[in-house]
Design a protein around this ligand. Structure first.
Ligand code: G3P
Length: 214
């Protein structure tokens, strides 16, 4: 499974890139708005730090303007993927952009039907938002399971990005289902490291090593 980091924060991105497990980045308008750096500079630097796909989101709502905005965003760096919400207009734009070779990440996906439409339109990535479904008492991982089955049935090229991840269990469940990618907030990535028995084990080994004859 590929790991993307779900943030626009350069410190977090640099730190996670240093761990050697980072395959890409996803941002959205909310995440970008938290940063103090100008958007173009921020995106350029993120794309320099991480060679894998970096998703940046379109905010236009009609197909024509979405296509124009997406072309501008895609021209910022060779590894840009353009995030487009799943709407009728977004779908039209996706088809045009896919034919031009621009990578589209269809975002705000909450149903298998939406994911199927995105894949048919030529989307490169499809992002079901798991945590937000859990928030309304719907099992988010059921959606991931269904989408993976449909994509496998028809050999769609689109990769599933499990998004809106809130805790390590989401990451594990995504991996158990065979999801292609999990996009994980920094705080959750950090939690993946921790186990109290690892800490206790290191502590004991260091103490014992101190008594060893050297
Ligand atoms: O990748 C989508 C993600 O940023 C949404 O997460 O926690 O706002 O639902 P959240």
């Amino acid at each position: 499974m590929k790991f993307f980091i779900d943030t626009a924060n350069l410190e977090e991105i640099r730190e996670a890139a240093g761990w050697g497990i980072l395959d890409g980045v996803t941002t959205n308008p909310t995440l970008v708005a938290r940063e103090k750096t100008a958007f173009a500079d921020l995106v350029a630097e993120i794309c320099r730090v991480v060679p894998g796909p970096v998703s940046v989101e379109c905010v236009a709502s009609e197909a024509g303007p979405i296509v124009e905005e997406a072309r501008r965003l895609a021209a910022m760096a060779p590894n840009i993927a353009v995030k487009i919400p799943l709407t009728r207009e977004g779908l039209k734009a996706t088809r045009t952009l896919a034919q031009e070779g621009i990578k589209v990440n269809t975002t705000l996906v909450f149903s298998t039907a939406q994911a199927l439409l995105a894949a048919k339109a030529g989307s490169r990535f499809v992002s079901p938002f798991i945590g937000r479904l859990d928030d309304i008492s719907q099992e988010g991982m059921d959606l991931v399971r269904e989408i993976l089955t449909v994509f496998e049935n028809y050999r769609f090229q689109a990769e599933v990005i499990v998004a809106s991840i809130r805790h390590p269990r989401h990451v594990i469940e995504a991996a158990l289902l065979g999801a292609h990618i999990a996009t994980v907030p920094f705080a959750v990535l950090e939690k993946l490291f921790h186990h109290p028995l690892t800490d206790i084990g290191i502590d004991k080994f260091l103490k014992d090593w101190g008594r060893a004859v050297k």
